[in-house]
Ligand binder design. Structure first.
Ligand code: BG6
Length: 478
């Protein structure tokens, strides 16, 4: 084993998942149809297709998840055995407001999460909860056009208020919108739907709609933060950012300038949510493009007043860009990336960059001055069972060793404030980008394949024992 640096005693070593990727039970307990329920399975390199409503013979992996809706009590026992102190999941909005525009919540859905949070707390595990993790009522897409519509602010705040009030004595850590900045890739319909429920728009209006939808989400997030603090001032409401550092491909000053603009572009959401205002470069860009985002004086006041309490973020990879020669430095996330010759990639082409995590934590600390929470980090891989039915995932262990070691340096040597660390997909689940089960992240193996075939049985991978030791030693026994 490697020697790590000791983390603070109250550090939240945990694990992370999201409702739609593991619960299943998509029509149980009065649940409505969510945007994740109309996404077919894709594959490595094959995007997921979004259907018009649910088709009878489609393979919709999120309908099944890993059946966690029925199995969570047993799964939590394994989490406890592993030493987890925190569990990040999300509340499926459609269990609480099946269509999103009702005035009264669905009691069965509320009770489901009451029971789940009780079970967690009984196992000594702190819930960390996202309100909208790539999931919201599909009805809000078809009837309201998704987040382009200002009415969604009220629907979201109502949902937030209901769950904050209901779970005020059970849940302290919250986040509003998962990876809100994925929409930087607005040319890709997948994040547009997952993040902002945008469907059926023309290519010409996509970018402007993305900024408009994001604006409404950020106002909604600020208002939810206000409500949370009124209900219980102890509550911590974070933003949630997908942190993928963008590096210059060379030391050419033009590349450095362009990479800086790529960072400004990807992380302006954090600027608004943590600093409370839009950066000037973006306002100039909107003017230049003739975009009308309709930011009112009242909106500005709300954003300035109710900033997030902490920065929740995911970390998987970094990217590299070269200058494109554009005077406005416009960054196009779908075409501007090149490979980094210093880094290896996963089987899905994600560049593995542990040092980038320490870099990112320092960058965010300087920029936003808020405590951080790593709510996702992990390694998607094709796991193979050996003849004894065991998974020896040393590649995953080494990914974690390298990343956690950099995280520890950021905290212990650089003084970045960090609430905790929740590795992604602590138990195997449905991949968000591809819908596969085969892209596995877990310390716990789940016997199900891409078609949902298998016993569903849970078993420990080698990484399970490794993580257990790490947590026991407060991060020393890497
Ligand atoms: C993040 C998401 O993008 O990365 C998760 O918040 C997702 O929902 C995770 O599952 C890993 O991505 P993927 O596509 O490999 O499942």
């Amino acid at each position: 084993t490697k020697q790590g640096l000791k983390m603070p005693d109250n550090f939240l070593w945990g694990g992370a998942v999201a409702a739609h990727q593991l619960e299943g039970g998509w029509q149980e307990g009065g649940k409505g149809v969510s945007i994740a329920d109309v996404m077919l399975a894709g594959k490595n390199g094959v995007p997921r297709v979004v259907t018009d409503g649910v088709l009878p013979d489609g393979n919709y992996p999120n309908h099944r998840g890993i059946d966690f809706y029925h199995t969570y009590a047993d799964d939590f026992k394994l989490f406890k055995e592993m030493g987890m102190k925190a569990f990040r999941t999300s509340i499926a909005w459609t269990r609480i407001f099946p269509n999103g525009d009702e005035t009264e919540p669905n009691e069965e859905g509320l009770q489901f999460y009451d029971d789940m949070f009780d079970a967690l707390i009984e196992n000594g595990i702190e819930p960390v909860i996202t309100l909208s993790h790539f999931e919201m009522p599909y009805h809000l897409v078809t009837e309201y056009g998704g987040w382009r519509n200002r009415k969604l602010i009220d629907f979201f705040v109502r949902f937030a208020e209901v769950v904050f009030d209901r779970y005020k004595n059970k849940v302290k850590y919250w986040m509003t919108f998962n990876e809100i900045n994925n929409q930087t890739s607005w040319k890709d319909p997948h994040p547009m739907l997952q993040n902002s429920a945008l469907k059926d728009y023309s290519e010409d209006e996509a970018q402007e709609l993305m900024y408009l939808a994001s604006h409404h989400e950020m106002v909604a997030s600020a208002l939810a933060t206000k409500v949370a603090h009124e209900i219980n001032p102890e509550m911590q409401v974070g933003c949630m950012i997908a942190m993928n550092p963008v590096y210059p491909a060379s030391s050419n000053p033009k590349d450095i300038l362009f990479a800086e603009r790529a960072m400004q572009t990807r992380y302006y959401w954090g600027d608004v949510q943590a600093n409370g205002k839009y950066p000037n470069w973006l306002l100039k860009m909107w003017e230049h493009k003739g975009f009308n985002i309709g930011v009112t004086e009242e909106d500005k006041e709300i954003l300035a007043k109710y900033t997030c309490d902490y920065i929740g973020f995911s970390y998987y990879m970094s990217w590299t860009v070269s200058d494109t020669g554009d005077e406005w430095l416009e960054y196009d996330e779908t075409t501007n990336h090149g490979d980094n010759p210093f880094l290896k990639q996963s089987d899905w082409g994600w560049q593995i960059d542990p040092v980038g995590l320490r870099y990112a934590m320092n960058w965010m600390w300087d920029r936003w001055q808020k405590p951080q929470f790593i709510v996702e980090n992990g390694f998607g891989a094709y796991d193979k069972k050996d003849e004894n039915g065991e998974v020896h995932d040393d590649y995953r262990i080494s990914y974690f060793q390298n990343h956690i070691s950099e995280m520890e340096k950021a905290v212990v040597l650089d003084g970045v404030e960090l609430y905790g660390y929740c590795p992604w997909g602590v138990i195997d689940l449905v991949s968000a980008s591809t819908g596969e089960m085969a892209k596995r992240y877990g310390f716990i193996y789940v016997d199900l394949d891409d078609m949902g075939e298998g016993s569903g049985e849970r078993s420990k991978k080698d990484s399970f024992n490794w993580y257990q030791k790490l947590v026991k030693s407060d991060g020393v026994d890497l």
